[in-house]
Design a protein around this ligand. Structure first.
Ligand SMILES: NC(=O)c1ccc[n+]([C@@H]2O[C@H](COP(=O)([O-])OP(=O)(O)OC[C@H]3O[C@@H](n4cnc5c(N)ncnc54)[C@H](O)[C@@H]3O)[C@@H](O)[C@H]2O)c1
Length: 295
């Protein structure tokens, strides 16, 4: 994709997994790559690898839950490469899977802070730098198929990913006129270490009391998930699909067309509920009204 050549991308969580795959693919299209990650050890390895491929790059420490650290990443990127053209809000955690009755407040705050507010802070720090040069650019938010249809035992994860889809739809409309294209990547299973996200859990979200219960629960659920994730798409394929989709100016980036049926089933269920509401005697007046301000 020739428009990417010589431009600069910031990728949160770029030291491993999907973010690292994207770093390599975007770099192969001539982009300067900034990988920003909470895991210093992985970050050093990843940056060394990217440099070894001859891709101009910068590795920066970032915990996406900190708006100050996001500001620092944005400014250091501008200082090194002059302009910023692309933000990939990729960093995310799987959280602590399990039923709502036993999920802990700290785990909800962890997943909401990383998967939802981390995306908000990234957008607030980086979009102004994309706007300032007037050349346009891209924002790619990494959600999940779980953002389209909620997964049982993973309601916190699904809630954050549905939020990322919703934010992306809003920003897509808000930023269109500035030639900033917003996309949302919604993969099903990809072969990464997402099911071992606890490795990156910040101390403030850990609770001794809940930890024992969680690790028991996690080990069972993770064992079940492991084989599915191991059979998932490769990070290279996902990276290449993202480039193909942004070249086609897609809003929703689908990597697993075989996962269409649960999404179709959800839309049909919602549509059926509208039909039943239309025939409710209680709503006979409302059904005739025009939508305020949108006709
Ligand atoms: N792997 C899948 O099957 C799958 C499917 C759908 C969506 N996703 C999404 O893809 C994104 C990337 O996940 P992955 O599968 O590559 O997982 P991964 O665990 O392999 O990689 C996540 C990366 O994010 C970093 N990270 C974690 N917390 C961070 C924080 N607070 N600040 C900065 N960096 C942080 C990690 O160090 C790691 O480098 C996530 O948003 C995830 O929800 C993954």
């Amino acid at each position: 994709m020739k428009e990417l050549n010589g431009k600069t991308a910031i990728i949160s969580g770029g030291a491993e997994g999907i973010g690292f795959g994207l770093a390599q693919v975007l770099g192969s299209h001539g982009m300067n790559i900034v990988i920003a990650d909470i895991n210093a050890e992985q970050l050093a390895k990843a940056q060394q690898h990217i440099e070894g491929l001859g891709i101009p790059s910068l590795g920066l420490n970032l915990d996406v839950t900190s708006s100050e650290q996001w500001g620092d990443v944005a400014q250091k990127t501008r200082a090194r490469f002059g302009k910023v053209h692309m933000l990939v809000n990729n960093a995310g955690v799987g959280g602590a899977p399990g039923p709502i009755q036993t999920s802990t407040e700290k785990d909800w705050r962890w997943i909401v802070d990383v998967n939802l507010l981390g995306v908000v802070f990234g957008a607030q720090a980086v979009i102004p730098l994309i706007e300032e040069h007037g050349e346009g650019g891209w924002v790619i938010n990494v959600a999940s198929m779980a953002g389209f249809c909620s997964l049982p035992m993973a309601s916190a994860y699904s809630a954050t990913k549905a939020a990322v889809v919703a934010m992306s739809e809003g920003w897509h409309a808000e930023l269109k006129d500035q030639n900033i294209h917003v996309s949302v990547l919604c993969p099903a299973f990809v072969k990464t270490r997402i099911n071992l996200s606890q490795r990156n859990k910040q101390a403030r979200y850990q609770s001794d009391e809940a930890q024992e219960e969680l690790s028991k629960r996690d080990s069972e659920l993770n064992q079940q998930m492991q084989s599915v994730i191991d059979a998932g798409a490769s990070i290279q394929l996902v990276g290449e699909r993202v480039v193909e989709a942004i070249a086609a100016k897609e809003l929703y980036i689908i990597t697993h067309p075989n996962f269409r049926w649960p999404v179709d089933a959800r839309f049909s269920a919602i549509s059926d509920s509208f039909h039943r509401a239309e025939s409710s005697p209680l709503l006979s007046e409302i059904v005739k009204q025009k939508m305020p301000g949108l006709d």
